[in-house]
Ligand binder design. Structure first.
Ligand code: NAD
Length: 260
């Protein structure tokens, strides 16, 4: 049996990131988790995944708002596992407000986490991956990397930026067997979506049910939320041998939202 692949998934203490990290561990990879949250809860997630999957699962609590923390996390992962084969940039936050009232600190925070942290992690990992002639980078973008919605100026700008970054890295890594792709999910019912419901109710003067049916699922022709497992399945495909020539792609998993 060959050496196990080592993967790092940012923002993997909940939602989509945790789904991807779980799928990776169950498929036999060593995994580094990252994200914020209650230390005891995170340790429970880490130890139960390690036990269940029979792989090494470590946790790095780096706050990815800061460039140094992003680079430090990558260096620690390479140090701890001796390699980094797969990097998934997933950590992200949302804030909803008309642009004239959009707090400048929220703009700065969203750009820092949703866009710049991916630059900093890739910047720190790229030399290592090119040197080993192997790397798989997946950036979790969004349908909002392809189209806009009102009141999400920072998020939409950051996610459009993530696609530009993805394509650039795909070209730089192409001849070094480093692949970089973006997954563009539609609405997945995670805490990120749950938390924006109250603000959207306020911004649009709607009830909770109206926001879910007339704003969120309105965009999705299937009228169903995307499942975390749907995103994890695509991530597994992207790190498989069959995806060797998939590079610089923006892969939509949005129930047909961006087909419109
Ligand atoms: P989530 O809130 O469940 O998870 C976000 C993760 O990021 C958590 O682990 C959190 O601890 C971590 N995080 C937050 N701030 C951090 C920081 N400063 N440093 C390190 N980690 C931090 O959200 P989710 O819905 O699973 O979102 C994951 C990604 O998917 C985001 O990039 C989001 O934009 C994207 N996305 C989500 C949806 C959706 O509908 N939920 C749709 C499209 C794209």
């Amino acid at each position: 049996m060959g050496e196990r692949k080592a993967a790092l998934v940012t923002g993997s203490t909940s939602g989509i990131g945790l789904g991807i990290a779980t799928a990776f561990a169950r498929s036999g990879m060593d995994v580094t988790l990252n994200g914020l949250g209650d230390a005891g809860e995170i340790e429970k997630i880490r130890s139960s995944l390690e036990r269940e999957a029979g792989v090494k699962v470590r946790y790095d609590g780096a706050n990815l708002m800061h460039a140094d923390a992003c680079a430090g996390m990558i260096e620690s992962a390479i140090g701890a596992n001796g390699r980094l084969d797969i990097l998934v940039n997933n950590a992200g936050i949302q804030f909803v407000s008309p642009i004239e009232d959009f707090p400048v600190d929220k703009w700065n925070a969203i750009i820092a986490l949703n866009l710049s942290s991916s630059f900093h992690t890739i910047r720190a990992a790229m030399g290592h991956m090119k040197g080993r002639k192997y790397g798989r980078i997946i950036n979790i973008a969004s349908a909002h990397a392809l189209v806009a919605s009102p009141f999400k100026s920072a998020y939409v700008a950051a996610k459009h930026g993530v696609l530009g970054l993805t394509r650039t890295v795909a070209l730089e890594g192409a001849q070094f067997n480093v692949r970089c792709n973006a997954i563009c999910p539609g609405y997945v019912h995670t805490s990120l979506v749950e938390n924006q419901i109250p603000d959207t109710m306020k911004a649009r003067n709607m009830t909770r049910e109206q926001v879910i049916n007339e704003v969120l699922l309105e965009a999705q022709p299937t009228k169903q939320f995307v499942k975390v497992e749907d995103i994890a399945g695509l991530a597994l495909f992207l790190v498989s041998e069959s995806a060797n020539q998939v590079n610089g792609a923006a892969l939509s998993v949005d129930g047909g939202w961006t087909a419109q």
